[in-house]
Design a protein around this ligand. Structure first.
Ligand code: KG4
Length: 343
């Protein structure tokens, strides 16, 4: 521990297309710097090789800025937490190698973090000088991002079980792929959200999946959306432009209904009424509104993250590192990143 009896963790996140570094002191945020990568916009999705190169360029300035903004010196850092996976291997290698190198030069330990666990624990980051209300254990977390749609039973900080997950596409992928067929830029989720606010969510009925248990499926919805456009464009080639807001609103409503349907069921089956939401899609205004409505109806205690903690960020990696530090869960330097792994 450093001289002020504070545990200071440097978090590093580089699993996809955001390079991020954060400083957390005793669970409280001191800095959270995120450098996005615009280079992928022209390609309609993340290009792994370009992502790794951009991480390579960004990592030093981003870590440097996080340390400066936190107003600390390198010698105050007790441990470096980094995302080991899941994610793009080349991207993960940049953060992992950087964490190992810096830890050797400072002679401090490294802590490996599962990116998904980080998303779940983002709710435990305190703002500087404040203590936020935190979800009690056990709780259910709806984790919805570009690569995951899961319902997680969170038993403790580091004890989680996936009780439902997508069997094909993730919710974010459904937003992004449907946006792509409407010729909208990547990532399409935020734009669909914006346009949906001017449209009629009941204008078009898309197919909803019938999947057993608590699992999700979004590939059928994508096909239903595609076939609807194909048929409508035969009659009116300008159908998309004329109906974009209604298409976005109806698609968003369908995705939100699918997500909430299983979450309500999970809450009933487990008897758990403390609910959190995490991941990039948790920024969606339709999802947030519906969650609040359902929370009132079912008497849930609901935790919705601040917008900066919805997408990939190092604050969530640093807070997970903090809880692992308290349990002496350190990693060896011979570890390698993993592109796929469960929570
Ligand atoms: O968690 P995240 O930043 O990255 C990973 O998946 O790793 O999530 C990105 C996803 C993208 O699919 C993006 O379209 C979606 O989150 N997203 C949204 C919104 N903001 C981001 N989807 C719907 N509405 C939004 N407001």
């Amino acid at each position: 521990m450093n001289s002020n009896n504070k545990i200071t963790i440097l978090g590093i996140e580089s699993s996809c297309d955001d390079t991020s570094a954060a400083i957390i002191e005793n669970g409280s945020i001191r800095s959270n710097i995120i450098a996005g990568q615009k280079v992928h916009e022209a390609y309609g999705g993340v290009v792994p090789e370009l992502a790794s190169r951009a991480h390579q360029q960004n990592i030093v300035p981003v870590v440097d800025q996080a340390i400066k903004q936190a107003g600390i010196s390198l010698s105050k850092i007790n441990a470096i937490a980094f995302t080991r996976g899941p994610g793009l291997l080349g991207s993960l290698l940049v953060g992992t190698s950087f964490a190992k190198g810096l830890s050797l030069s400072l002679n401090i330990p490294i802590i490996e973090v599962n990116h998904l666990q980080g998303h779940v624990l983002a709710h435990f980051v305190d703002q500087a000088g404040q203590t936020n209300p935190k979800p009690a254990f056990p709780h259910l977390c709806l984790l919805v991002s570009g690569g995951n749609s899961q319902i997680i039973l969170v038993k403790d900080y580091l004890d989680m079980e996936v009780i439902g997950q997508t069997i094909d596409d993730a919710a974010g992928e459904a937003f992004d792929k449907c946006a792509k067929v409407m010729d909208m830029p990547y990532p399409g989720g935020p734009l669909i959200d914006k346009l949906a606010q001017q449209g009629n969510p009941n204008a078009i009925a898309f197919n909803k999946p019938r999947i057993e248990g608590l699992n999700y499926s979004f590939s059928g919805l994508k096909t239903s959306f595609l076939y609807h456009l194909r048929d409508a464009l035969k009659i009116d080639p300008e159908y998309i432009d004329k109906n974009k807001a209604d298409l976005c609103a109806s698609l968003q409503k369908t995705i939100v209904d699918i997500l909430l349907g299983k979450l309500i069921r999970a809450s009933k089956e487990t008897g758990i009424k403390t609910i959190t939401v995490a991941g990039g899609v948790s920024a969606n205004s339709g999802l947030r509104n519906e969650l609040m409505l359902q929370a009132q109806k079912h008497k849930w205690q609901l935790f919705i993250p601040k917008l900066e903690y919805t997408t990939d960020n190092a604050a969530m990696i640093a807070i997970t590192g903090y809880y692992k530090y308290l349990k002496d869960e350190f990693a060896n330097h011979d570890l390698t990143p993993y592109s796929r792994v469960a929570i």
